[in-house]
Design a binder for this molecule. Structure first.
Ligand SMILES: *Cc1c(COP(=O)(O)O)cnc(C)c1O
Length: 359
């Protein structure tokens, strides 16, 4: 019999959402932070057009896409790398910069895929305590060890939804040794973009990577396109690790077109903010603790693990799927994606109803 290598065999399967509604119920999926509306019509048009050229391999250098991204964010295209979703870039970073002799460090409630990427690279995964569900830079710096190779943070965080102040990010970079790669995952950055504030200039340090994706604010999770700004040296190394034809021709065309429709993306962010504000207000009004979120989801405190499981099951019986957060060290919390207004409304009222029945 063949056996997988020990570090693979020891890993748990990545927890994807289970999405089978009870018989006869419509599925309301608020568990994967998918967008509440389809991609820009311009993106869909470009995808349909590109389809006819699909006998060709995609551009391995993503030239049109990199130029579109570079133009929008005022970045040099040759420092941009694109991935099959930002997950591919996270995996490649771990493989290139972590390993048995180089550990990965992240905040304790960080995005669970950081741990998966470390495990695949056979690297130790260290965590640093957070403060009020927010990344604590002092704790991160105190948790650095001589063999730390990468520090991963998501900003805003998933599943916390909270953000790291710009000055704190600077303090993190300045406090880390030069040889440690800092990876800032901004999967939700578009929801939180403040005029004149960007993490991209941290790159002048030469050892920081900033990642973004088309999966969230652009509503293109199914296309699988992520990108990042890399220091020159890292970009050459990561290029070796990526699949040379990693993003389909159709997805590249769609993403480049989506970048050129900023109005549509910003409108999505405004819509999400409106629904999120209402949901947060209603949930808090009913006595739930809900941290301020800067993303397309909210995190809801159910006080303990049993209650979180019971509430989750009660909603599932109605066909409503939220996401338990045991994997991020928050077993007493549920994460709710800000989906279409009606779905979020039903889900919030069902939660409030469930709470009322508990006394
Ligand atoms: C959704 C998400 C990703 C994954 O994005 P893809 O581009 O779809 O691979 C990465 N990081 C965080 C924090 C996310 O929430």
């Amino acid at each position: 019999m063949t056996a997988a290598r020990a570090h693979i065999a020891a890993m748990a399967a990545y927890q994807l959402a289970d999405l089978t509604p009870p018989e006869g119920r419509k599925l309301i999926s608020l568990c994967q932070n998918e967008s509440l509306r389809p991609p820009s019509p311009l993106a869909l048009e470009a995808a349909a057009e590109a389809m006819a050229a699909s006998m060709l391999y995609p551009d391995p250098d993503w030239m049109a896409l990199r130029e579109a991204i570079g133009e929008l964010h005022h970045l040099p295209p040759d420092r941009i790398l694109c991935g099959n979703g930002s997950l591919e870039l996270i995996g490649a970073l771990a493989r290139a910069y972590a390993g048995p002799d180089r550990a990965v460090l992240a905040p304790v409630h960080a995005y669970p895929f950081f741990r998966t990427a470390a495990q695949l690279a056979e690297a130790r995964f260290d965590t640093a305590a957070e403060q009020d569900l927010t990344v604590d830079v002092s704790n991160l710096l105190a948790s650095v060890r001589p063999d730390t190779g990468i520090v991963f943070v998501a900003n805003p965080g998933n599943p916390t939804g909270t953000r790291i102040a710009r000055s704190e990010l600077n303090r993190l970079r300045n406090g880390l040794r030069d040889d440690i790669l800092l990876v800032i995952d901004e999967a939700y950055g578009e929801f939180d973009d403040l005029p004149g504030e960007t993490s991209f200039d941290l790159l002048t340090a030469g050892n920081t990577v900033v990642l973004r994706t088309f999966s969230k604010a652009y509503g293109m999770a199914g296309f699988r396109v992520g990108w990042g700004l890399f220091p020159q040296s890292a970009s050459a190394e990561i290029r070796k690790v990526l699949n040379p034809n990693n993003i389909s021709l159709v997805a590249q065309a769609a993403a480049a077109a989506a970048i050129r429709d900023q109005d549509y993306m910003k409108e999505t962010c405004r819509l999400v903010e409106k629904i999120r504000t209402q949901a947060t207000r209603d949930l808090r009004g009913a006595g739930f603790r809900v941290p301020d979120s800067f993303t397309n989801f909210v995190l809801i405190d159910l006080e303990n693990e049993t209650r979180a499981r019971q509430a989750d099951q009660a909603l599932r019986r109605q066909g409503i799927f939220l996401r338990g957060q045991a994997g991020a060290g928050l077993p007493h919390m549920l994460r709710m994606t800000i989906g279409p207004e009606a779905d979020v409304g039903v889900s919030v009222s069902e939660l409030i109803k469930w709470k009322g029945e508990q006394r």
